[in-house]
Design a protein around this ligand. Structure first.
Ligand code: SAH
Ligand code: SF4
Ligand code: F3S
Length: 441
């Protein structure tokens, strides 16, 4: 079969899509360059907000026409978080979907495709177990193409149950992969030309995986283990939950040279009353102290964050506190979202929903503030040098695009450099979301 994977959602899905491609290639299937050239279409879905669900259902709907035209030997596969959380709706609303697999079952993709080709399974195959362990049991023997910067999932699932969030219901309970398994995969990635790895988990700071000897490793232990791997130039991670950050993590940022000085530390809200209702288990002051502690060890650490506005019961005063908190931290970058009720989560039942127009207004105000902060952060670098790993070619001739140590997107028309190089770039121009620079000869 010729397969095409369309990816939605977070980096964990990007990683899962890579793994599915590896597994399918190892089983003899081929990667199609576009959806129209494929006869095995895989949608790797997300369910984090209502809008995303709606878009995916309409995308599945469009595939029906392609399937009808193809008349046989054409399969539609829906995997990922929405496959898990809405599988009965998918079966009912889109009965022409051939296979449905939850995020912890993606490793079964080749076997199930094989079954369905041989007509062993006639109805939609549904597999949505929440056990993550078997997903990581074997590494494929062939690999699909990799870029110079790649993700690597070290932990699956989440035990935090923030009251608005669907993830604990889609990816199940927290599971940490063993250290040796991770080290082996890092080696594989390096041998495929990868220079920068971003370790992934919903809450990497609670990583607790089988280590060397009889000891379990904490997240900082894992970072120190990966600190000196031959060929690995840069290490990043996401996401951190502020409640589990400790001084060992701060020390890792001070001592590990390849650990990049940027940290995604989502705060969600600056008001204690809302943080409590969100079940985030930290207060505004604890968050601020956490940032201060990290900055003591690594003063140039660039912080990014996620915010939710319009959570049930959020007053003007609560929202004001969020603005003040953002102002006081000074983020290098941030994402902000309107609260979206997810069925089955406690917040969906909470009283005093915030009207849509107020949500939109608050989102606009917060986004303006965060854009300003990002622009100011970027402007600090005009005339200075930034270390940039070039990850791809740009749209213009000889243009390369990469990322600075602080995670900024930097482009340069660099005659002498190529993708995969880490180069000192002198910053000449700045916009809020990207920087432009030159390489001095
Ligand atoms: N594990 C990560 C977040 C994963 S989801 C963490 O704890 O930070 C990514 C972001 O989506 C969250 O940080 C949150 O800001 C947003 N989000 C999650 N559920 C949401 C919902 N129901 N409505 C709006 N935004 C949501
Ligand atoms: Fe969702 Fe909270 Fe877990 Fe993040 S920590 S995935 S927001 S439940
Ligand atoms: Fe979406 Fe699942 Fe990621 S809900 S954000 S794809 S963990």
């Amino acid at each position: 079969m010729r397969f095409f994977i369309k990816n939605y959602g977070c980096q964990m899905n990007s990683y899962d899509s890579r793994r599915m491609a590896d597994i399918l290639i190892s089983a003899g299937h081929a990667h199609a360059c576009s959806l129209l050239q494929a006869n095995l279409i895989i949608l790797n879905t997300c369910s984090i907000r209502e809008k995303v669900d709606g878009k995916i259902f309409s995308d599945i709907g469009r595939l029906k026409l392609l399937k009808e035209k193809a008349s046989g030997n054409f399969f539609i596969v829906v995997v990922g978080c929405m496959a898990q959380s809405r599988f009965s709706d998918i079966v009912r609303r889109t009965p022409y979907v051939d296979i449905i697999l939850g995020p912890q079952n993606i490793h079964l993709i080749a076997e199930i495709v094989d079954d369905i080709i041989k007509n062993k399974v006639l109805d939609a195959t549904i597999s949505t177990s929440e056990d993550a362990e078997s997903k990581f049991r074997q590494l494929p023997n062939k690999f699909s193409d990799r870029g110079v910067s790649e993700f690597l999932t070290i932990q699956e699932g989440c035990n935090n149950f923030c009251s608005y969030c669907v993830v604990p219901f889609t990816r199940g309970r927290e599971f940490s992969r063993g250290v040796l398994d991770i080290v082996q995969e890092v080696k594989n990635l390096i041998s495929l030309g990868v220079k920068e790895i971003t370790l992934l988990g919903q809450n990497v700071n609670s990583y607790n995986g089988e280590g060397r000897g009889r000891r379990n490793y904490s997240f900082p232990d894992l970072l120190f283990e990966l600190a000196h791997m031959d060929g690995l130039k840069r290490l990043r991670y996401t996401t951190s939950n502020p409640r589990d950050v400790d001084e060992n993590l701060a020390r890792a940022h001070k001592e590990i040279e390849i650990l990049m000085p940027s940290l995604h530390l989502p705060v969600q809200s600056g008001a204690d009353a809302i943080l409590k209702k969100m079940n985030r288990k930290y207060t505004r002051n604890e968050y601020v102290r956490c940032v201060e502690m990290l900055r003591e060890y690594r003063p140039d650490l660039a912080f990014s964050s996620d915010f939710i506005v319009g959570f049930p019961g959020e007053t003007d005063a609560d929202f004001q506190q969020t603005l003040e908190l953002a102002e006081s931290i000074g983020y290098a970058q941030a994402y902000s979202f309107k609260y979206s009720p997810r069925s089955g989560t406690p917040a969906a039942q909470m009283p005093n929903p915030v009207p849509e127009d107020i949500k939109s207004e608050r989102l606009q105000i917060l986004q303006n503030l965060l854009d300003d902060q990002q622009l100011k952060f970027n402007q600090n670098f005009i005339g200075q040098y930034l270390n940039v790993l070039f990850v791809k070619e740009g749209r213009h001739e000889k243009q390369l695009v990469g990322r600075s140590e602080y995670s900024q997107s930097v482009s340069s028309t660099a005659a002498a450099a190529s993708v995969g190089d880490i180069v000192n770039v002198r910053i000449t121009e700045v916009a809020s979301h990207s920087l432009i620079g030159v390489i001095d000869q």
